[in-house]
Ligand binder design. Sequence first.
Ligand SMILES: CC(C)(COP(=O)(O)OP(=O)(O)OC[C@H]1O[C@@H](n2cnc3c(N)ncnc32)[C@H](O)[C@@H]1OP(=O)(O)O)[C@@H](O)C(=O)NCCC(=O)NCCS
Length: 187
Amino acid sequence: MDRTERPESAASNFPPMQVTLRDGRSATIREIRPDDADAFRAALERLSADALHSRFFSAMRPTEAMIERAVRTHAERERALVAVAGEAGTATIVGGGRCISGADRESCEFAVMISDGWRGMGLASSIMRALIRDARTRGLKRMEGYVLTENRSMLDLARRLGFAVGASEEGPSVKLVRLDLGSIARN
Ligand SMILES: CC(C)(COP(=O)(O)OP(=O)(O)OC[C@H]1O[C@@H](n2cnc3c(N)ncnc32)[C@H](O)[C@@H]1OP(=O)(O)O)[C@@H](O)C(=O)NCCC(=O)NCCS
């Protein structure tokens, strides 16, 4: 990796937050760090082909280069969060989400992923709310995401958070969900 092209993240300005899930388990949502690479790789390896397809629109396993890039965020234009469960030393990454600003610095594109066994508990909702608050704080005006039309769970979640669901330039199999961050906060 060329570190001149991928500077280390600036000091985190996203304070870690503790969330209690619907089944009583808890997790910490915090910014991803370079030393998360092994835990992040392990979390990706546990994902089913279906989950990979829903997230990356392909069942291809992320490469080492993609993992290295994912844990070293570009502080000025990217916010990447992980949800971590368990004690220090044996903590596991059980979910994550990121939002990357476009060249216009007005909009950002999100993606979110929760591990099997941790879904339906409100974790993606918590991560999305954190990303929305953070994007508002950073002055962004729109948050968007591409979601497979068959991905009812993600489309329902987006609607609950106030996103409008519309057609995308990718054709009928992919929806574009969009949230106006200037609108009254529902999140
Ligand atoms: C889509 C995905 C991110 C949802 O994560 P999640 O943590 O299960 O989401 P949440 O628990 O916050 O919310 C979704 C579920 O909880 C329920 N729920 C959450 N908040 C609720 C509320 N306030 N009231 C009622 N139900 C609620 C929903 O009914 C929904 O259930 P369903 O998925 O069975 O329909 C997860 O399934 C996943 O990782 N999928 C693979 C990757 C993917 O599709 N990523 C999206 C591409 S950007």
